[in-house]
Design a protein around this ligand. Structure first.
Ligand SMILES: Cc1ncc(COP(=O)(O)O)c(C=O)c1O
Length: 339
């Protein structure tokens, strides 16, 4: 099968680029010092490749991801790095109880601790707000929550904290911001105890020396927003689209992949040799640079769109087609979609 035979829009992965990205990360963060985040690619096929390299502990964002990983035999050490209550906590409790997986849950409030205990979850990390403007308890509440966990029979493995948006920043004060966030996490860890200090991500893979395990996912496939930071990881995934309309007089062309095929929350897709004008439901409208090879765009031509943000783009698709050059050599199902 050749790339030209694929129905569009679809996801294509350049296997050589993917392999290089994984090798670079593996060397920087060997074995369990990397806890790959499955939310970036939602695929047990990719998780299995990372596990074979010794990265057998994983992060997840949804119970569905934890469940799917356990069912795929990848449940050595699964961390739901996210807060859940009610049915979702119970579902996680069942995954752990069936013996198919070791499940650890993030908690950041009394309600989440009680939900974890009621669901029969055995192990937790205290999630600490280190300035990411998302989940996480106030740092000075971390010790109290850890005590509450222990009183409820939960084993507290340690802490997690996300530097959050700071990871994707380029500013000169980025290192300082990360260090400040991690100082807060370490202080909370003193009060919580345990062996695990979990955090960080692709943007801090070589600078966050404080965490015992790095929670990175984007590095494997990358996206346009992350790629602008520079660094060793290269975009491996594109949305392949077909030109369905062309307006040479007006200077634009229309590709058949829009918001339902590519996420724009971190900016417009990139098209080599062209400037994206806008993205609509089913269309990306772009203007080819006069000097570029794409200058003459005709209906039926194919174009690769580089997503601004990998996670929500992958989640829109059912599979990724893996390429060696133009040849399709594998298919990776996006089998961890949903919640
Ligand atoms: C809890 C958590 N940890 C880690 C990450 C890092 O992932 P990335 O590799 O995209 O930096 C994220 C991404 O948003 C996250 O939500």
């Amino acid at each position: 099968l050749n790339i030209h035979d694929l129905p569009t829009p679809c996801l294509v992965v350049d296997r050589a680029v993917f392999d290089t990205n994984v090798a670079v990360m593996s060397e920087a963060r060997p074995g369990l010092s990397l806890r790959p985040h499955v939310k970036a690619w939602k695929s047990t096929a990719i998780a299995a490749i990372l596990a074979r390299r010794g990265h057998t502990g994983f992060c997840a964002a949804t119970p569905r991801e934890v469940d799917g990983m356990a069912k795929a035999g990848l449940g050595d050490d699964l961390l739901l790095a996210n807060e859940v209550i009610g049915d979702a906590a119970e579902r996680l409790g069942r995954v752990g109880r069936d013996g198919a997986a070791r499940v650890t849950l993030a908690v950041d409030s009394e309600a989440t601790v009680l939900a974890a205990a009621a669901a029969g979850i055995r192990e937790v990390l205290v999630d600490v707000d280190v300035g990411s403007f998302r989940c996480g308890c106030p740092p000075d509440d971390a010790g109290r929550l850890a005590d509450l966990c222990r009183a409820r029979g939960l084993h507290v493995r340690g802490v997690m904290g996300s530097e959050g948006p700071g990871r994707r920043e380029m500013g000169e004060d980025k290192a300082e911001k990360v260090e400040r966030a991690m100082a807060v996490l370490l202080e909370a860890h003193d009060r919580v105890g345990g062996d695990v200090i979990s955090g960080g991500g692709t943007g801090t893979f070589d600078s966050n020396r404080w965490v015992t395990e790095l929670q990175a996912g984007s590095f494997a496939l990358m996206d346009r927003d992350y790629a602008r930071l520079g660094g060793p990881f290269r975009p491996a995934l594109h949305v392949l689209a077909t030109i369905v309309s062309s307006n040479p007089a007006g200077g634009w062309a229309v590709a058949n992949a829009g918001l339902k095929a590519i996420a724009t929350d971190h900016g417009q897709p990139g098209v080599d040799g062209a400037h994206v004008l806008y993205v609509a439901d089913e269309h990306t409208v772009f203007s080819p640079d006069a000097s570029a090879a794409t200058g003459a765009v005709e209906v039926g031509d194919r174009v690769r769109l580089l997503p601004g943000h990998i996670d929500p783009t992958v989640a829109l698709h059912e599979r990724m087609h893996v390429l060696d050059g133009d040849e399709v050599v594998d298919v990776w199902p996006v089998d961890l979609r949903g919640w």
